[in-house]
Design a protein around this ligand. Structure first.
Ligand code: HDC
Length: 282
């Protein structure tokens, strides 16, 4: 394991996160602390772990590491206890797997987050795809870790629900204030080093937007109904593009994918949310 980091937050951080994933003044329960149902969209669970992720010494794990070649490849988040709207949480990262995919190296870092009493709050798995860092003679396939590695193939039938949302040109500039300060998402010169024409949107911003669509559609706006979420970031998204989330309910799972409408490109694939609680009755 790596160093633990403490993340102390207030309602302000919850509102900032919700705004960063496209909540509006009309979503009072997401942007107004005095609303009775005020809560963080459950994908907020990635935020407390970020400080600890930023401290992971990738240069020690991977020789000649270039941060601009790192892309977020996949994310898994499991919520054990819904987040308080303020508090102090402790996150501890650890290495889950390092894979050699030839054209890239795939590194998965797990992060366990607990509250002040030591009770588990959530577990994340961040999978990073580091372009050009493969062919080091490592293993090619990881272990089956259940929901964290599920293939989640989108069914061929028509989606049960589709939600479309245009992101804002300033979406990445706003989202980064929730803790991912990576210059790839704001600095045109750094984005160019990574091979991009413009700073790209955070994977976890699209993840949050899609997670919000599923939360609103299937969870009756109650975080207790949202168990876990897993996605693959299949293609990059530029701030300003329109995201279309297609959802298919299959038992306790909502399989989903996200398409950029302007380019007809699937940007999130192999994705699902597992429901629990009252959401299973519907
Ligand atoms: O899928 C390609 C891609 O571009 N995806 C989009 C990536 C993206 O936009 N991510 C979000 C933005 S970046 C970001 O948000 C950074 C953030 O700030 C970081 C936060 C993390 C904390 C940091 C702390 C410092 C790409 C380039 C990833 C792969 O595409 P290709 O090169 O075409 O690969 P392909 O031929 O399809 O597959 C090769 C093997 O790799 C596996 N694979 C593919 N996509 C993957 C992936 N593995 C994990 N994640 C992905 N997204 C394939 O399965 C294949 O493996 P195998 O040969 O075994 O089948």
């Amino acid at each position: 394991t790596f160093e633990s980091e403490v993340f102390e937050y207030s309602e302000r951080d919850v509102i900032l996160y919700n705004l960063g994933i496209g909540a509006t003044r009309k979503d009072l329960y997401l942007v107004y602390e005095n609303n009775d149902a005020f809560c963080a969209v459950p994908t907020f669970g990635v935020v407390p772990s970020f400080k600890s992720m930023n401290a992971v010494p990738f240069g020690d794990i991977l020789p000649s590491f270039n941060p601009m070649m790192l892309l977020h490849g996949e994310q898994y988040l499991e919520i054990i206890k819904p987040f308080p709207t303020h508090g102090k949480l402790v996150s501890t990262p650890y290495v889950v797997d390092i894979l050699d995919k030839g054209k890239g190296c795939v590194v998965t870092i797990g992060v366990k987050t607990t509250d002040e009493n030591g009770d588990d709050i959530c577990i994340n798995e961040f999978t990073m795809f580091i372009r050009g860092a493969g062919n080091f003679g490592g293993k090619k396939e990881g272990a089956d870790r259940g929901a964290a590695t599920a293939a989640n193939q989108a069914p061929s039938r028509k989606p049960d629900h589709i939600v479309t949302e245009k992101t804002h040109e300033n979406q990445a500039a706003l989202y980064r204030l929730s803790g991912d300060w990576n210059p790839l998402h704001i600095d045109p010169d750094m984005a160019a080093i990574g091979g991009f024409d413009v700073p790209i949107l955070h994977g976890l911003c699209s993840f949050g937007i899609a997670g919000k669509h599923i939360f609103k559609t299937y969870c009756n706006n109650d975080p207790k109904n949202f168990k876990n979420i897993k996605v693959r970031f299949a293609k990059t998204v530029n701030p300003g593009e329109t995201l279309e989330t297609s959802m298919w309910r299959e038992g306790n799972k909502v399989l989903f994918q996200v398409r950029v409408v302007e380019r007809d490109a699937i940007v999130i694939s192999n994705a699902a949310v597992e429901l629990q609680g009252d959401a299973l009755k519907a």
